[in-house]
Design a protein around this ligand. Structure first.
Ligand code: FPP
Length: 249
């Protein structure tokens, strides 16, 4: 495929929803004689570029794994830093998100998150809720199994209250109780940092996603690497075979 054609394809056909496991911050820091938290800080900066790049590429939803329910087991200093990052980030970036029409959403259990962090996150959700551009959905204190369990509890509650009969329980119903109930499933699931595991991320939603793994540590994951992942997605979807002008994917 020549570059012009590539550009044309890129412009028109990008995955609607991309999910990224932003792995490798700690190793990135360590290999540079820095702390793991400095690695997370660098990761947050990369995250900003990736949000911007995704917006430019016409991606509608970006789900970012920012803090997993397993991450509480990390050293206290690192956990504290990861709880502080959203406070700093949203304080600085909210005006920009408003200007760029970016909507913030969260998937995860915020009840267990420290109050200041929770407040910063809920303020960002509230303030951007009418924005109509790209949705940036942060998975924060998120665990895929936890998510499915809490959905099961709510389904059972519906049955108990006679709102639903057991035989009516289907995928659509369960989907309504997931954190991502408002969002379509991801088309492309990217993991940086070299490991090839789901790590409890989007276990339900990624059932049909294309999986893409790269050795790049997240702080090094530039727009070009994102494009590589999208080209690979296009290749797997045989997008060349479609009539690009009619956009029939
Ligand atoms: C995994 O790398 C990364 C995380 C646990 C945190 C990711 C968070 C960010 C990129 C910034 C989030 C910012 C906001 C504002 C929500 P790792 O620490 O597991 O890296 P390693 O595998 O090298 O140890």
């Amino acid at each position: 495929m020549n570059n012009e054609r590539r550009k044309k394809l890129m412009k028109i056909i990008a995955p609607q929803h991309i999910a990224i496991t932003m792995d490798g911050n700690g190793r990135w820091g360590k290999e540079r004689g820095k702390t793991r938290s400095e690695g997370h800080y660098a990761g947050a900066q990369t995250m900003e570029h990736i949000i911007e790049a995704s917006r430019d590429l016409g991606i509608k939803i970006l789900t970012l794994y920012a803090f997993s329910s397993e991450n509480w087991k990390r050293p206290l200093e690192e956990v504290n830093y990861l709880m502080f990052l959203p406070i700093k980030f949203f304080k600085q970036k909210l005006p920009i998100f408003m200007k760029k029409n970016i909507r913030i959403m969260i998937s995860g259990d915020l009840t267990k998150v420290p109050k200041r962090t929770r407040n910063a996150i809920t303020k960002a959700i509230e303030k951007t809720k009418h924005n109509t551009g790209i949705i940036v959905n942060f998975a924060f204190n998120y665990g895929g199994r936890d998510e499915i369990l809490q959905a099961m509890r709510r389904v059972i509650q519906e049955v108990r209250e006679n709102k639903v009969h057991p035989e009516q329980i289907d995928e659509e119903l369960v989907q309504q109780f997931l954190y991502t109930s408002e969002l379509p499933d991801p088309d492309l699931f990217i993991r940086t940092g070299g490991e090839k595991r789901l790590s409890n991320f989007l276990l339900w939603q990624a059932a049909d996603a294309e999986l893409y793994f790269t050795d790049q540590y997240f702080p090094d994951f530039t727009k070009d690497f994102l494009l590589e992942a999208i080209y690979e997605w296009q290749r797997r979807k045989n997008i060349d075979q479609y009539d690009v002008l009619r956009n029939t994917v």
